[in-house]
Design a protein around this ligand. Sequence first.
Ligand code: FES
Ligand code: FES
Length: 234
Amino acid sequence: MISNLNIIDEGAEFFEISRRNMLKVSAAMFSAPLAERVMSASPPAPSGVRSRDLTQPARTHPPVMLPVALNVNGRQFDVRIDSRTTLLDALRETLAMKGSKKGCDHGQCGACTVLLGGRRINACLTLAVMHDGEPITTIEGLSNGNPLHPMQAAFLKHDGFQCGYCTPGQICSAIGMLDEAQRGVPSHVTENLSVAAVPLTQQEIRERMSGNLCRCSAYPNIVAAIGDAAGVSP
Ligand code: FES
Ligand code: FES
């Protein structure tokens, strides 16, 4: 018959052995260099997959520099650029045009919106080398020598901003959006899909501008400004 005392003794013995083994394993691990410990602690790689030797530095790929002619706001800039550079970084860092803003760098906020041949695009989601010779318009090129583009004037009139960080993207996007509606491009809320030009309503403006976020929540004034520029009654 197993007494309670025996169970306690066996448990104590087991615990002692486990503790001893644990100390031995720990001592062995911590006396080895870090990389060795990490490698030995890692599960084996599946057959056919080579695991990276962590004792060696990671391989880096040298940049591929390509020539590109960036046509921005009517001026041509011939530059050599890392093929991985986004259009947004090319504008801001290579051409020093800081008007287009970097909010998320992931296509989520619209702060980097520019016009490519009149169509609005997120400059952070496209590579500069893909736009060799294509006409790009940024916020700096909208007024075309005149005091202000009508959309810029409407934003001023309606106080369509607070900090202003999203504003260049909002204005470029609004200009592209008006052109889309004019060409009959439907949105998620367009009811009549067979019209040549989609009539703009407050709802259409809000839906079509939903890719441009404003952290200051100046949305009512932004919508009012765009509506004014588009001739939509409030
Ligand atoms: S910075 Fe391009 S969408 Fe946010
Ligand atoms: S005005 Fe500040 S983020 Fe839009």
